[in-house]
Every structure is written in structure tokens, then in C-alpha cells.
Design a protein around this ligand. Structure first.
Ligand code: UTP
Length: 292
């Protein structure tokens, strides 16, 4: 029997070196797209998929991420005193159930696989979702909801996948695929950052996963992989053959907000979705188009 998907982990302990100096004293995952930090998009997406328990995997200097989901009594009192109803509603909407969000410290950023292993007590014997907040997916149905629905069909592990240009496979976790119905693909193998010549396909994993708790045992070996990091991809690859394993071609557009260009593109795409901003944004895009 498939256990329901109720837990999600959010690895946020990376150094964010591609965003220095912005990330020198501030977490990358607190960078806002329009007016909302990346981590909040990820938590809201998980909630929309029926997740009830949340675990942030943090590191040094990442306290703001935990505080962001706490109640801000003084701020609320001040807003109430000023009759700022709309702003109070924003805060009320993001209020978490007491006890539903926890954090663990990774201590040292030894890789994404190590970060997930640090959440082992939270995960226990349950299936769990992983959302990497720096991957933002703009879609009609939230990406994690699409994965949760696929998990309800197939059980086992389900990862969100997308096609990437052949010459860029060395930036991603790449699938070796079996059967493929155009939406769900059977995963036969996984390779982290293969050279284009060695890549078994151009289907890449993005930062949305549903995994079985058995992955923790494989990560516990602390084997180093690509970039001398403890790679989640390597731990996942060891589960193939033991549990059903599928890739889901999700509906939506993904923005890599850990990268400057991806982050800038996300700002524009998300701003164009906001009724109160769209016409002004279109106007200034036109203005800059003509600047040489
Ligand atoms: P990235 O590969 O984007 O690494 O991590 P990074 O350190 O955040 O950024 P750069 O490459 O130095 O600019 C993908 C996700 O995994 C988390 C990151 O916080 C991010 O959400 N991560 C990565 C950890 O939590 N721990 C790690 O040891 C590595």
C-alpha cells in the first residue's frame, strides 16, 4: 500500500556562490522574486500538494529562513494599529500550523545528498518530497501537486524532469530511460553532470522529487561523487530496481533562480503574471528594448 505524501524537506544550506556578494550575509533562498522570497514560493507549492510537515535544512547564517515562517507579533500589532488590512492578510495567509515546521542544521555544505541525510530523523519511514527553492516553476497546477498525483498512480520515487540542450548535460542530473509514454518515463539509471558525450539522454531532473525513505540508507555511506560532493543523484540511483522509479514531464516553465540570468527571467515572468504590475512592466521592457 502507498503511504500518503505528507512530508517535505527544503535544502537551503548551500553557499550560493553564484550570487555573491548578495549571499555573503544573506541566504540565497531569501532573495525575492517580485515581492516573495524563493523559500516562500517553495513552501506554498508544497502546501498546495497536501504537505503537512515541513523541514528546512539550514546552515550558518540562515536564521532568517526560519524566522520568516514564525509569527511576527510586533509587526502585526503595528500593522493593526495602522489599519493595514491587506498587509495583515498577507501575513495571515502564510501562517503555519504550530509545530508543523522544523529545521535541522547541515553544519557543513558537503552536498545535496548529505543535506537530505541530515533530515533522516524527520523523514523516518515515510515517503517525502524535496523542493529546491532556487528552482522556481511557473505552472497552472503547482509542480509538486503534479508529482504528488503521479506518485498516487505509480508509488515509489517520482522526479520532475525536463529536456535540456545536449551540450549542457554536464550541469544537471541526467536520466537513462526505459519506457516512455510522453508524460511518465521509467528511470533505468541516473548520472550526475555527465559530459555530453557520456550522457544517456538529455532528460534532466529539476529540483522537485518524491522519494522513498530507503534513500537515507544509501546516502549514509557518505560516498563522494561529482565535484567531490555527496550527491543525492548517486543515492537515488542505488534505489533503481528496488522501488518503482519514474520521471514526470511536468507542465510549466522552470527558472533556475540560483543563476543570475534565470533569476532575472523569473522576475519578469512573475511580474507579468501580476495584474497590478503587468502594464507598467510591459512599458519599461519596451523602453529598454530600444536602448542600445
Ligand atoms: P546548488 O547546487 O545551487 O549550490 O544547490 P549552492 O551552494 O546553493 O549555490 P552555488 O552553486 O554555490 O551558487 C542546490 C540546492 O541544494 C542546497 C542549496 O541550498 C540549494 O537549495 N544545498 C546544496 C544544501 O542544502 N547543502 C549542500 O551541501 C549543497
Amino acid at each position: 500500500m502507498k503511504k500518503p505524501l505528507r512530508k517535505a524537506v527544503f535544502p537551503v544550506a548551500g553557499l550560493g556562490t553564484r550570487f555573491l556578494p548578495a549571499t555573503k550575509a544573506m541566504a540565497k533562498e531569501m532573495l525575492p522574486v517580485v515581492d516573495k522570497p524563493l523559500i516562500q514560493y517553495a513552501v506554498e507549492e508544497a502546501r498546495a500538494a497536501g504537505i503537512e510537515q515541513f523541514c528546512l535544512i539550514t546552515g550558518r547564517g540562515k536564521i532568517a529562513l526560519v524566522d520568516h515562517f514564525d509569527v511576527a507579533f510586533e509587526l502585526e500589532a503595528t500593522l493593526r494599529g495602522r489599519n493595514k488590512e491587506a498587509e495583515l492578510r498577507l501575513l495571515a495567509d502564510m501562517k503555519m500550523q504550530p509545530g508543523s515546521i522544523v529545521s535541522v542544521r547541515q553544519q557543513e555544505p558537503l552536498g545535496l545528498g548529505h543535506a537530505i541525510w541530515c533530515a533522516r530523523a524527520f523523514i523516518g519511514d515515510d515517503p517525502f518530497a524535496i523542493l529546491l527553492p532556487d528552482d522556481l516553476v511557473l505552472s497552472d497546477t503547482p509542480c509538486m501537486k503534479q508529482l504528488a498525483e503521479a506518485y498516487a498512480e505509480t508509488g515509489g520515487c517520482v522526479v520532475a524532469v525536463t529536456e535540456v540542450p545536449r551540450d549542457q548535460t554536464n550541469k544537471y542530473g541526467i536520466l537513462d530511460i526505459g519506457t516512455d509514454d510522453g508524460r511518465l518515463v521509467e528511470v533505468k539509471g541516473l548520472v550526475e553532470k555527465p559530459k555530453p558525450a557520456d550522457a544517456p539522454s538529455n532528460l534532466s531532473i529539476i529540483g522537485r522529487y518524491v522519494l522513498m525513505p530507503e534513500v537515507i540508507g544509501f546516502l549514509a555511506t557518505m560516498e563522494r561523487g561529482a565535484g567531490n560532493e555527496i550527491q543525492l543523484t548517486d543515492g537515488m540511483a542505488k534505489m533503481i530496481g528496488h522501488v518503482p522509479f519514474h520521471g514526470l514531464r511536468y507542465e510549466g516553465t522552470r527558472f533556475d533562480c540560483g543563476d543570475k540570468l534565470g533569476f532575472l527571467e523569473a522576475q519578469i515572468a512573475y511580474a507579468l503574471k501580476r495584474p497590478e504590475l503587468v502594464s507598467a512592466v510591459r512599458a519599461f521592457l519596451k523602453k529598454y528594448e530600444t536602448v542600445t
